[in-house]
Structure formats: structure tokens, C-alpha cells
Design a protein around this ligand. Structure first.
Ligand code: CMC
Length: 430
């Protein structure tokens, strides 16, 4: 919908009308597409603080009130009533599936879980202690070498098969990376199991003895996958869109997204939270670390706190904290001192003037690591877990981006601050 334009008047009096567009909900946007053509200036917004990079139908966040919706459905409702595979269908196709559609989708995903056997050789080349995120991005990047029969982005059937392969094979790749780290044999997928159970089986079973899937673990992981499934134009998703906008094959775009996710300001924060809690160690140390986080001269930040968009509770963190209580209680694991430390840190930070004033609340990463740890998932796999959930969001965004007939290569401009033109100086004159 287009409404009243913004009028921009340059210092020399030249006027340009910039159209204002409204979405279904959320702030309007000013379309500055013709600004350079008409006024010869660019907008400047490092970190995209006030910039919408695209139009999207997939996910909506209201950071002021703490609302997150996938295709219009509040995440709380999906977390309570749905499962990851159904949410994946919703994100990819825009609507909740009928029973028959879900059954077909489930069957498709279950029957694409195996990797091309050659890909397993890839793992033999990695050091045994390679970080699983490094292996995940490398192996996903290599998928275009194994599945180059379906790389025609203009063909909807190819786009579907790509989506199914990403969703079905990422857990297999992630589990293989973990098995390499711990020196255990790679476990093949079992298509009689559902999505999350199959992943747990590949992660934790060994050929030497039977493995029983813990329903508490399966429920918790499925919930975490739902909560991580999409988050509109976050850093890794924007990376996928940007890489894909050049027409690069979609597996490469997903690999780029995985690499972007790894940073501690993004998905790497769940690993960093546990490292931080271990460093804090004891409740008596909390005030010291809160003071460090507030000190401008100290680079330390409370990991799992703060968000670019949420200036209120992150709805995902609220659900995860509940799940954390449930998992720890049901498993009777002795990780609770860690949970208690996290709860107390949260309480202290939320009462602190600095965190109140800057609207810094616990985010999705604050409690997820405690659940992973209670389930026996090592810290180095935490960001991989995030990537598994987010892979469907990346895929949905890539599909949306590539199907947009008005889509162009993403190519930001800059404010050049380097040297003005100068002449080459011969080496003996420098
Ligand atoms: N601890 C202490 N101070 C903080 C924190 C924190 N965790 N987060 C932000 N601040 C301060 C920051 O120093 C700045 O203060 P000032 O205005 O005085 O310079 C102010 O709050 C605004 O921070 P910012 O870095 O400008 O905000 P941003 O929107 O660019 O960054 C963020 C958002 C998530 C990167 C940041 O809050 C952060 O580094 N948090 C810790 C890492 C983390 O938990 N990341 C996971 C994010 S949620 C999941 C995901 O996206 O993957």
C-alpha cells in the first residue's frame, strides 16, 4: 500500500517526493530508490539500523512489545501446538499444511536424509578437533558439488528439491561433524524416526548397543528448532539473501549464512553464554561481571543479553526459560547450579539501571545453552543447533528472494573516506 510521500528538499531547494509504503503491520518505510537519481546522494545507515532491505511475507517482529509471528501465527501458539516440521512447511509455503500435505512433506524429508556417500569422505579430511560450525559451513558449501542436478534457480521444482535437501540433510551433516569430534562412527539416518528423534539418534547412538530416545530431549530440541526457525532479516538471513541475489547457487548462499551465524554477536552467543557462566562461576561473582558489562572501557558484554530489534522481553527467551525448568526437573540433571546462576544473573541485570535504560533483556541464546548442556550436547555444538533450526528460515528467504520478479543484485553503496586521487610513486621514491 502506498500513502503520503515524504518530501525531501536539498540545501539547494531541489525537491524529491519519496513514496511511503505500509506493510500489513509495523512501521512504514520510505522508498528511497530514486534518491540518488534525483538528488545525487545516498542514504547512510551502517548496520541497517533504520533500513529495510527487502519486502517479505515470512516473519514479523515487534521489538517494542516482544511479538514474533511466523506467517502471522504467534510463535507462542506454534511452540505450544505445532512441531518443527509443520512450522517448516508453514515457513516455506506460507500456510499451515493439511494432514495430507504434512504427511507428504514429512515423507519427503524423511527420504532425503542420507548424504551422498562421497560427502562422508569430506569429514576424513578435517582435523578431529575441527569446530563443528567450520565443518557445517564447509560441507553445506560442498553440496553444490554433489547435488548439481538441481541448481537451476529459475525452476520451481529445483527450488523445492533444494529446500528438501537442506532441511533433510543438515542434521545428518551436523551429527557427522559431532561424531568426528568425539571419534565415534558416523551413524546413518533412520527414516522410521521423526525429524528430531532421528537427529538425536545420529548424535548419540553407537553401533555397539541399542539407543533409546529420550522423549524429553526430543520435545525440547523440537521446541528449540521452532523458536530458532526464522527471525526476519537478521545477519545470517540477510547474508543468505545477499549471496543468493547474485545468482550464486543456493547451497553456497546457505553456507554463507552459516558462517555469518557463527559470530558471537549472533548465533555464536549461545556458546558464549556458557563460557561466560563458567567464567562467572559463582553467584558471589555476578555483581563483578555486571559491573564489567557496564564499563565502557571493558569490552566484556553480558552474552545472551540485548537485541537489535527487541527492546522488551524476547518472546523466545520466555518460552525457553520455561522449557529449561521443565527439562532440568524431568532429567534430574545436576546442571541446576548453572541454571540458578543464570536466573540470578538475569534478575540482577534486569534490576540494574544500565540494562533498564538501554532496554537490554535476555535473548534467545541466554537459556538455550543450559538446555543443550542438560541434554548432553557439547558447547561447541550449540551454534550448530541454532543453524539446524534456522536453516528453514534461510531457505524460505532464499526462495522468496529468488522468486521476486523485481529482485536485483544486492549492492549497497558507501561513504568513501579514503585518499583522494593521487599519482603512483615509483618504489625508489617512497
Ligand atoms: N552487555 C552490555 N552492554 C550491552 C549489551 C550487553 N550484552 N548489549 C548492548 N549493550 C550496550 C552497548 O554497549 C551500547 O551501549 P552505548 O549506547 O552506551 O554504546 C548499547 O547497549 C546498544 O548496543 P549496540 O551494540 O549498539 O546494539 P546492537 O543492536 O548493535 O547490538 C547485540 C545488538 C545483540 C549485538 C548486542 O546487544 C550484543 O552484543 N549482545 C550480546 C551478544 C548476544 O547475546 N547476541 C545474541 C543476539 S540474539 C540471537 C541472534 O541474533 O543470533
Amino acid at each position: 500500500m502506498t500513502k503520503d510521500a515524504f518530501r525531501l528538499i536539498s540545501p539547494s531547494g531541489k525537491e524529491t517526493e519519496l513514496p511511503v509504503r505500509s506493510g500489513t503491520t509495523g512501521p512504514d518505510v520510505i522508498d528511497v530508490g530514486k534518491l540518488y537519481r534525483e538528488q545525487g546522494v545516498f542514504t547512510y545507515d551502517p548496520g541497517f539500523v533504520s533500513t529495510g532491505s527487502c519486502e517479505s511475507d515470512i516473519t514479523y517482529i515487534d521489538g517494542e512489545t516482544g511479538i514474533l509471528m511466523y506467517r502471522g501465527y504467534p510463535v507462542e501458539q506454534l511452540a505450544e501446538h505445532s512441531n518443527f516440521l509443520e512450522v517448516s512447511y508453514l515457513l516455506l509455503h506460507g500456510e499451515l499444511p493439511t494432514a495430507a500435505e504434512l504427511e507428504r512433506f514429512d515423507h519427503t524429508i524423511r527420504t532425503h536424509t542420507m548424504l551422498n556417500e562421497g560427502m562422508l569422505n569430506f569429514f576424513k579430511g578435517f582435523r578431529y578437533d575441527a569446530h563443528p560450525m567450520a565443518m557445517l559451513s564447509a560441507v553445506v558449501g560442498s553440496m553444490s558439488a554433489y547435488y548439481h542436478d538441481t541448481l537451476d534457480a529459475s525452476d520451481p521444482a529445483h527450488r523445492d528439491i533444494f529446500a528438501h535437501r537442506i532441511l533433510a540433510k543438515l542434521p545428518t551433516i551436523a551429527a557427522a561433524a559431532y561424531k568426528l569430534n568425539i571419534g565415534q562412527p558416523f551413524m546413518y539416518p533412520r527414516n522410521d524416526l521423526d525429524y528430531t528423534e532421528n537427529f538425536l539418534q545420529m548424535l548419540f547412538s553407537v553401533p555397539a548397543e541399542p539407543y533409546e530416545i529420550d522423549p524429553v530431549a526430543a520435545e525440547a530440541i523440537d521446541l528449540l528448532f521452532i523458536l530458532h526457525a526464522d527471525h526476519e532479516q537478521n545477519c545470517s538471513t540477510s547474508t543468505v539473501r545477499m549471496a543468493g541475489s547474485s545468482g550464486a547457487n543456493p547451497y553456497s548462499a546457505i553456507a554463507a549464512g552459516i558462517s555469518a551465524l557463527w559470530g558471537p554477536a549472533h548465533g555464536g552467543a549461545n556458546e558464549a553464554v556458557l563460557t561466560m557462566l563458567a567464567e562467572i562461576g559463582d553467584k558471589s561473582q555476578i555483581s563483578k561481571y555486571v559491573a564489567k558489562a557496564k564499563d565502557r572501557d571493558d569490552p566484556f558484554r553480558l552474552m545472551g543479553f540485548g537485541h537489535r530489534v527487541y527492546k522488551n522481553f524476547d518472546p523466545r527467551a520466555t518460552i525457553i526459560r520455561e522449557m529449561c525448568h521443565k527439562v532440568l526437573k524431568q532429567l534430574g540433571r545436576d546442571d541446576s547450579p548453572l541454571f540458578e546462576l543464570a536466573l540470578e544473573l538475569e534478575e540482577m541485570a534486569l534490576k540494574d539501571e544500565y540494562f533498564i535504560e538501554k532496554k537490554l533483556y535476555p535473548n534467545v541464546d541466554f537459556y538455550s545453552g543450559i538446555i543443550y548442556r542438560a541434554l548432553g550436547i557439547p558447547t561447541s555444538m550449540f551454534t550448530v543447533m541454532f543453524a539446524l533450526g534456522r536453516s528453514v528460515g534461510w531457505t524460505a528467504h532464499w526462495r522468496e528472494m529468488i522468486s521476486d520478479p523485481t529482485g536485483r543484485i544486492a549492492r549497497p553503496r558507501q561513504l568513501y573516506q579514503g585518499p583522494a586521487q593521487r599519482d603512483y610513486v615509483a618504489i625508489d621514491k617512497r
